[in-house]
Design a protein around this ligand. Structure first.
Ligand code: FES
Length: 477
């Protein structure tokens, strides 16, 4: 599985950190949020070091659909009702400012990244909802328009249009900015003390530490694991599907996302909570939707992405925890990683440079509101469910009965283990206790991975770490 972005761009490779360094700010994570934050800090005259566990853009950035928009689904009316006009308005304005900042950077830095200004749309079958959303968006300062006719082949009553949004090739963009930064790759952070970041090869001492790691991996303080869950979604790049002028997303759970990139239409959907895909078939269902929408199309790339979802649907951007005034977090971007990454970069740069940011209170990780409690209970319930799954009735597959290319949880003399049989018949057996906080992993047949239903860590069939918050792989047993 390789995204359209990875298939169409060759990244530069950088050296790993060795020895000791000292700097003003160390940014952990070389994805869009980390690189944008480091780049803006550098522009402000701050000395920055970026530490990336793998390669620049190799986490969620290479798996995004790369829509840059302040239209985060059908959210304006709901935000107005729940959070009031001031918070909802600031949320939209922060994201619109992020869209404008992308336009400014691309133009002023003359970045060749297939950047394209276009409108974004959220479609629905419910006319009343569309009208309500259009009015709410206008109230929050967006020139939103209710369009009865749209160009995508879905059954709907129309869509709400946000003008002047954008789309691009995220790896071309991030590579252009990364060229001027001090970045170390293949550098996994093992430990963070108050002003010190340690890796296997060295350490960096800094006045400030920014965690731009998708999911913050220091459990205490912060407790981000108790305030977010993770979801996966899937995408196809379709050839011979025609041309779209806008970016689209549907309202509701079983929804589709559309955008154009070059000759391809990118179709996304089939989202589910991590750890809840034991039946599989996600790509098949998405391909079925593609055949329905674009019968003569064919798939030239398919891939998946992972998103952190906060309890109140607003990212955590700001001080990591009350007793860590020099640590900052940028996480919980939901499905809106590009605009949220820029909001993070703008807000954290202001904060570190001692400037006021008008949106800081909206995104502060220290916020807590009563409306979050039901979701918090759901998420905590999920975590308990994951932990107690270890005592549930076991499936009766045996290693010998396992088909090639399949994985399963089986009983061994030592207890439950995860087993995968390759197409060649080779057996890989792993411990299925998640090294993050001990939940039991489940098999994801679509991606041949072991996934944690609690906080979303993932491991390949050999046990290697794919997604955090876990910091290490699972073991052969
Ligand atoms: Fe937290 Fe697995 S990710 S227990």
């Amino acid at each position: 599985m390789e995204s359209i972005w990875s298939k169409t761009w060759n990244r530069k490779k950088r050296a790993a950190l060795t020895g000791e360094q000292k700097t003003d700010v160390v940014v952990i994570g070389g994805g869009m949020a980390g690189i944008l934050t480091a780049w803006r800090l550098m522009q402000a005259g701050v000395d920055v070091v970026v530490l990336e566990a793998n390669r620049v853009g190799s986490g969620q950035t290479e798996n995004t659909t790369a829509k840059i928009t302040s239209q985060h689904g059908m959210f304006c009316h709901a935000f107005l009702e729940k959070k009031g006009e001031e918070i909802a308005g600031k949320y939209v304005q922060a994201n619109q400012a992020a869209v404008e900042e992308y336009k400014r950077i691309v133009q002023e830095e003359d970045i060749d990244c297939d950047f394209n200004v276009c409108d974004s749309y959220v479609y629905s079958k419910d006319v009343e909802k569309l009208e309500q959303e259009t009015e709410a968006a206008k109230k929050l300062g967006v020139d939103a328009v209710f369009e009865k006719q749209i160009e995508i082949p879905v059954s709907c009553a129309g869509a709400v249009r946000f003008p002047g949004q954008a789309q691009f090739h995220p790896l071309k963009f991030i590579d252009a900015l990364a060229g001027s930064l001090n970045i170390y790759e293949d550098t996994l952070v093992k430990e963070v003390e108050e002003h010190l970041v340690k890796t296997d090869g060295g350490s960096v001492k800094a006045d400030y530490i920014v965690f731009a790691t998708h999911f913050p991996f220091v459990n205490f303080p912060g407790m981000y694991f108790a305030r977010m869950h993770q979801e996966r979604s899937y995408a196809l790049a379709l050839e011979d599907a025609g041309t779209l002028h806008g970016m689209y997303i549907g309202d509701g759970d079983d929804t589709l996302s559309f955008r154009q990139y070059g000759p391809y239409i990118l179709l996304g959907g089939q989202a589910h909570r991590v750890g809840e895909n034991q039946e599989g078939g996600r790509y098949e269902r998405l391909k079925k939707a593609a055949r329905k929408c674009y019968p003569s199309s064919c798939v030239m790339a398919f891939w998946s992405a992972q998103d952190c979802i906060t309890t109140d649907k607003i990212p955590f951007i700001g001080q990591y925890a009350d007793d860590r005034p020099n640590w900052f977090a940028a996480t919980g971007f939901q499905k809106w990683g590009m605009s949220s990454a820029m909001v993070s970069a703008m807000l954290l740069t202001d904060r570190i440079c001692g400037l006021e940011n008008p949106y800081a209170e909206v995104f502060t990780p220290s916020r807590f509101s009563l409306e979050e409690i039901p979701q918090l209970v759901t998420d905590s319930g999920q975590a308990v469910k994951g932990l107690t799954k270890r005592f549930f009735k076991l499936p009766d597959e045996t290693v010998s009965g396992l088909k090639p290319g399949h994985g399963a949880v089986v009983e061994t003399l030592e207890g439950k283990a995860g087993v995968y049989k390759t197409e060649e018949g080779e057996i890989h057996q792993v411990d299925i206790v998640c090294p993050h906080l001990g939940c039991e992993l489940t098999w994801n047949p679509d991606e041949r991975s072991w996934d944690c239903p609690c906080h979303g860590s993932r491991f390949d069939y050999k046990g290697n770490l794919m997604d955090g918050p876990a910091q290490e792989g699972i073991h052969d047993v």
